[in-house]
Ligand binder design. Sequence first.
Ligand SMILES: [Zn+2]
Length: 261
Amino acid sequence: MRFPVVLKTTEKIVETAKLYYLVASNGIFQVRNTPTHRSVTRAERDIPDLLSETPRVDLLFPVLPASLLDGVIAFFNEVYWCHRGEAIVVLFFNPKTQEYRAEVPPQIISGYYDSRGRWYTDYHLDYGRVERPDGFIRFGTIHSHACMPAYSSHVDCEDEKFEDGLHVVFGSFASAELTRSASFVSNGQRFHVNADDVLETWVVSECPVPNAWMEQVECVEEPAWQQGDKSVENERLESTWSDSGKALRVVTAEVAEDDGH
Ligand SMILES: [Zn+2]
């Protein structure tokens, strides 16, 4: 037997069954009419006679081309070695021409100087708006995690809850190999995707970084009261202050999703 499914709208419901399901703005309910009571309860168990469904996303867009990734990674590398900080670009997609474009929004890296006058950042980035190019839709973001590995941090998950689209992270800029991870957000729900499915394989090459991109990056010293005791953190980060940087890096490892950060 199939139970009726009724939409809850301003229209009056004529009850034709003793038991039916009601789809309301805040969920699905079961309405039960018996000789002793009439109840409206949340339908938390399976609905009989219907098939189950699983949240999923099928990606229909082309991979991000190596030519775009080269420029973006060179920018992240430059920001890391100049400022020891994270950086972000906003991705746009033109559905007609299937082209991508990366735009750099104004962004602020906050940090502090240690007792020897060396600059450290807090792996926190504030960024502003960027113009959407004509014919393009906003498609997502690519950001870097400086010397930390690439994964979708708790902060990323919170930020991206409000932005549907593709979100790619590159990390480990102080290591021999970059790490990367990717996820796609639809209707506020995050799906981890295999980075190889969305990024074209590319050979990392020295790529000039436009001055206009670097000029969007500003470093701001935190007020002293926010800084607290950073001695442990400084010790941990000291290794990143070697001069070994700026060598070309090969991207291989993918770091598993970890929401615990
Ligand atoms: Zn992040």
